[in-house]
Design a protein around this ligand. Structure first.
Ligand SMILES: C[S@@+](CC[C@H](N)C(=O)[O-])C[C@H]1O[C@@H](n2cnc3c(N)ncnc32)[C@H](O)[C@@H]1O
Length: 261
């Protein structure tokens, strides 16, 4: 089955945390769900450990997997620096990951689910998560609401996010992006993220990386249907990380789908 493999590059391994590392809108929400789990927690697409490492630091019985080896290598290096010797992570895809154990909660955070490239892949992922949950276990998926302005503009115009500190080196980098392609039939959008060094090491030319990210957007009505098709009898949705209701003004859709107990 087709998959979006774009993070599987050394460039993403090096630069991922500059862009994604400081996102924390979901942190309290996801950590709360991990803390209150009545059994093991799995993070699908754990990246460089933005959520997984704090869970392990707290002693939560958590594990994770990701499709990208460079991101997992970065996670392991960060874990080592934090005194976590062997973080329980492996390279796998959310479409066909396999664990013998069954989980109380599976988290798919921060648009990771949008890397399933089409409805068949989405359903395969959801069915696989369902299979890996204990009775009564919950799948949590956070993704964006595809508002019209996020899905109609592929104008190649550069939008500057701003300067951030590279958490690895402390050096400033400038982050910008442009929408490179929109396929409104397949509901797929490709952005190119550009990361530029502002103060390169002495004597070196500044580097500028072009890093593509392709996402398939999913509407709340589709998501509800997909979850039911995958076997989830009950699915609650909220519209922000404070458990507020989902309405047309929300930017997030956060699903909590429960496997029958
Ligand atoms: C936006 S990042 C989020 C990372 C992490 N969950 C976080 O919240 O910081 C999306 C992640 O999904 C991973 N990914 C993409 N496709 C995947 C797949 N088929 N299976 C597992 N992970 C995948 C990427 O490698 C990347 O780490």
């Amino acid at each position: 089955m087709e998959q979006f493999h774009q993070y599987d590059t050394t460039e993403w391994g090096e630069w991922f945390d500059c862009y994604f590392g400081s996102y924390d809108d979901d942190f309290t929400f996801m950590m709360g769900l991990a803390r209150t789990a009545k059994g093991p927690v799995l993070e699908a697409g754990c990246g460089t450990g933005r959520l997984l490492l704090p869970m392990l630091q707290e002693g939560i019985d958590a594990r994770g997997f990701d499709i990208s080896k460079p991101l997992l290598d970065r996670l392991k290096a960060k874990a080592k620096a934090q005194g976590i010797d062997k973080p329980p992570v492996k390279q796998a895809s959310m479409l066909d990951f396999k664990y013998k154990e069954r989980f109380d909660r599976i988290l798919i955070a921060f648009r990771t689910f949008n890397h399933c490239p089409n409805p068949d892949a989405q359903l395969q992922c959801l069915r696989n998560c369902y299979k890996h949950l204990r009775p009564g276990g919950q799948l949590i998926i956070a993704t964006f609401i595809p508002h019209p302005d996020t899905i109609v503009q592929a104008d190649n115009s550069l939008k500057v996010t701003g300067a951030v500190e590279n958490p690895e080196t402390g050096e400033p980098v400038l982050i910008s992006h442009y929408v490179a392609e929109i396929d409104s039939l397949m509901q797929v959008r490709t952005d190119v993220w550009i990361i530029e060094e502002l103060q390169p090491p002495k004597g070196q030319a500044p580097r500028r990386m072009f890093l593509p990210v392709t996402l398939r957007w999913v509407h709340p009505s589709e998501m509800s249907l997909l979850l039911r098709l995958a076997g989830f009898e009950q699915a609650e949705v909220v519209g922000d990380f404070d458990w507020g209701p989902l309405d047309s003004g929300c930017d997030e859709q956060i699903w909590i789908a429960t496997k029958k107990g």
